[in-house]
Design a protein around this ligand. Structure first.
Ligand code: GDP
Ligand code: GDP
Length: 439
């Protein structure tokens, strides 16, 4: 699971600046769940080759900034609760403020790894000003300058120390057939995730095993269906209550992001009675960026009339056009309708995402594609595509070698993608094409 780091501190100490600095190291996917979490921002970041999630509580401005109650509003507490480590940001230029003491007191009780980050410290690394922050009792202050990008690396080193497990290193081309298919059910609140999961787990054909909670209370439910092993990754803090699973949180952005990152296949649930909303499109966009395989299930199909169905199809075309490769099925979790095809689509998506694409086959495909339609000239030069190999799975990556490949147009890239998809019958998985020019 990706570790989660929360940035907390009073207003104006530089949390948003630090957030941008940390997430900028790669093209940050900032998950925008507008309307669900007004005051928290979530971003993906990479440090030393490992991925993490950063949560910024920067939008939090107490109306009357007095006392711990106003300071540590529910949003900030929630961000701390779901974090693995907390970066407590203070302002070097202002010295220790009363509010900093309030926050420090709260954090001491929160039982989390806390790093004290003294921001705006450019040019102050030797200053006695920094020593003052020892009085917060939060350990050694880490001087950084978010604005100038100084000290960020060692701050993250300290925040993430001991966190990464070397066993998490997956071989990108390892054969995953002996492992269960990790499945996450994602979607907005009230789309029917719990209903679907309980319907599944209540079926005789599906054998669920009890499993004690694993890391950070997240449970995953292993089960078997049609001879295939699955592992359901929790997105909502599921708890077993009697015979059914109950979601203890209505919606958790962090759990959703982590589950998506950790899954092989994501089942994206959409509510037919609501149409495809912007939030659905954001979650879908995040799944696409993450490279996971995806199946879309439109739930509550029982509850919409033919006019609503038409409107729904239109909203799919408008908002989910970028997910064309994903199968879209109509179901009713409540009435147990249309669920069989969902399993087939999930199994197909997983098989597609882990398809082996041998180098000779890819290279022949490439040559046939070029014969059929050569890439456009760029000036006097025509890109030369020589051979291709598979660079990864889930998502499948095709690496194409040649010369002048930086001139290959996006349209041509899509044409190549189509040829590979058709040949290998890929369904429900993104496919990445990368170019490697040799000079
Ligand atoms: P937030 O309210 O904690 O999210 O704070 P912001 O990120 O919005 O920053 C507040 C102000 O501090 C802005 O004017 C930033 O430009 C400034 N700031 C942020 N980081 C630094 C820094 O490293 N050095 C200096 N001098 N100013 C900074
Ligand atoms: P979650 O927040 O995504 O876990 O959603 P829930 O499973 O709690 O469902 C939210 C509401 O939608 C509940 O009242 C369910 O009974 C209802 N619901 C779920 N699936 C269906 C369905 O297929 N058809 C209809 N008509 N209602 C459904």
């Amino acid at each position: 699971m990706k570790p989660v780091i929360a940035l907390v501190g009073r207003p104006n100490v530089g949390k948003s600046t630090l957030f941008n600095r940390i997430t900028k190291s790669r093209d940050a996917i900032v998950a925008d769940f507008a309307g669900l979490t007004r005051d928290r921002h979530y971003g993906d970041a990479r440090h030393n080759g490992r991925e993490l999630i950063v949560v910024d509580t920067g939008g939090f401005e107490p109306e009357k900034p007095t006392g711990i109650v106003a300071m540590m509003a529910a949003q900030t507490k929630a961000a701390v609760a779901e974090a693995d480590a907390v970066i407590f940001v203070v302002d070097a230029r202002n010295g220790v403020a009363g509010q900093d003491h309030d926050i420090a007191r709260y954090l001491r009780g929160a039982n989390k790894r806390v790093l004290l980050c003294v921001n705006k410290a450019e040019g102050l690394s030797e200053s006695p000003l920094l020593a003052e922050f020892h009085e917060l009792g939060m350990g050694e202050p880490h001087p950084v300058s978010a604005a100038h990008g100084q000290g960020i690396r060692s701050l993250l080193d300290a925040a993430l120390a001991d966190f990464f497990d070397p066993e998490d290193d997956d071989d990108p081309l390892a054969d995953g057939t002996d492992k269960p298919i990790r499945l996450a059910v994602a979607g907005r609140p009230n789309v029917g995730k719990s209903t679907l999961i309980n319907t599944w787990l209540g079926e005789d054909r599906l054998v669920a095993y009890d499993q004690p909670g694993t890391t950070r209370d997240a449970i995953s439910v292993p089960f078997e269906r049609d001879g295939k092993r699955f592992e359901l990754i929790d997105t909502a803090g599921l708890r077993r209550k009697g015979k059914v699973f109950e979601a203890i949180e209505k919606f958790s952005v962090v759990k959703t992001l982590q589950a998506i990152a950790d899954a092989n296949v994501v089942l994206l649930l959409i509510d037919a009675t609501q149409g495809v909303s912007e939030q659905d499109a954001h979650i879908a966009g995040y799944i696409l960026e993450s490279g996971r395989a995806v199946v879309v299930a439109v739930n509550k199909w029982d509850a919409v009339d033919s006019y609503q169905r038409q409107m729904f199809e239109r909203s799919v075309e408008q908002r989910l056009a970028f997910l064309k490769f994903a199968p879209l099925l109509h179901i009713s979790a409540l009435k147990r309708q249309g669920l069989g095809p969902v399993w087939k689509a999930i199994a197909d998506a997983h098989a597609s995402a882990t398809r082996k694409m041998p180098t000779p086959v890819l290279t022949r495909l490439l040559q046939e594609a070029v014969q059929h339609q050569a890439p456009q000239r760029s000036g006097a030069f025509r890109p030369k595509l020589r051979y291709a190999h598979q660079g990864g799975m889930n998502p499948p990556i095709v690496v194409i070698h040649g010369n002048g490949l930086e001139h290959v147009t996006d349209a041509y890239k899509r044409f190549l993608e189509g040829r590979v998809r058709d040949h290998f019958k890929l369904s429900g998985t993104p496919l990445r094409i990368e170019f490697k020019s040799s000079r």
